[in-house]
Design a binder for this molecule. Structure first.
Ligand code: ZN
Ligand code: ZN
Length: 237
């Protein structure tokens, strides 16, 4: 069976303060690594954002979507599918969101003041899907573990950024105790080589709905891939 590779969790310099590779650079990197599909999931305005929060809503959203748009433009040129996502932060917990888009963000300026629960309601009303990313990450900036099962659709049980085996094992436990479908991601802020997590499917993930369906149906495998060498020029800033 031919395997198709998808990255579900990555950041761009344009929108995430902690990322050091552009959207276009990410598209090039993943194309060269043999991936078929990537989701751009930049930190939202409540996370480690690179966006000037004093801007009006529409300008903020436009700036936020730049990383995705640049990745998509480059992806269209070189032949890799680029899809949109969001990483929404609530008190140190991070929720990857799929199935909403820029138009949805523009139409919901109330998100400026909404809390996570209102956000999650709006996402679900729009048919979106919420994945709790690395729920048991251990890091200096995290002081509590925050689980919100009633607003969670799936759990990221492999995260290869800052992750350790214990955190991933605990995420597996959470998913199995609560019966959540599982997924995984690299949470790539800019790694030239090393461990990547790929969501592998028989059919290529060509749309957000393909991905949501694959996760819900458990129609995927999660693989940790090791890339040993630096990427050729073009990937970095
Ligand atoms: Zn980050
Ligand atoms: Zn992330």
């Amino acid at each position: 069976m031919k395997k198709h590779l998808c990255e579900t969790h990555l950041h761009t310099f344009e929108a995430s303060a902690c990322a050091s590779i552009t959207g276009a650079g990410q598209a090039e990197r993943y194309k060269a690594l043999g991936y078929d599909t990537i989701f751009v999931t930049d930190h939202f305005f409540n996370g480690n954002t690179a966006i000037d929060l004093s801007l009006p809503w529409e300008e903020k959203v436009n700036a936020y979507c730049k990383g995705y748009e640049n990745a998509k433009a480059r992806g269209d040129e070189i032949g890799i599918t680029v899809l949109f996502g969001i990483e929404y932060t609530y008190g140190g917990a991070d929720f990857l969101t799929y199935g909403v888009d820029k138009e949805w963000l523009l139409a919901h300026s109330e998100l400026e003041y909404a809390d996570f629960f209102r956000y999650a309601d709006l996402v679900h009303k729009a048919g979106g899907f919420i994945v709790h990313a690395h729920p048991f990450r251990r890091a200096g900036y995290l002081r509590e573990i925050r689980l919100i099962p009633d607003y969670t659709d799936a759990v990221e049980i492999i995260n290869t950024h800052n992750a350790d085996d214990i955190s991933n094992e605990r995420a597996k436990w959470y998913a199995s105790e609560f019966g959540f479908p599982v997924t995984g991601g690299t949470d790539n802020h800019y790694i030239p080589a090393g461990e990547f997590c790929a969501v592998c499917t028989e059919n290529k993930i060509s749309s957000v709905n393909d991905y949501i369906k694959a996760v819900k149906n458990g129609d995927l495998t999660l693989e940790i891939l090791r890339f040993e060498s630096e990427m050729p020029a073009g990937g970095s800033l």
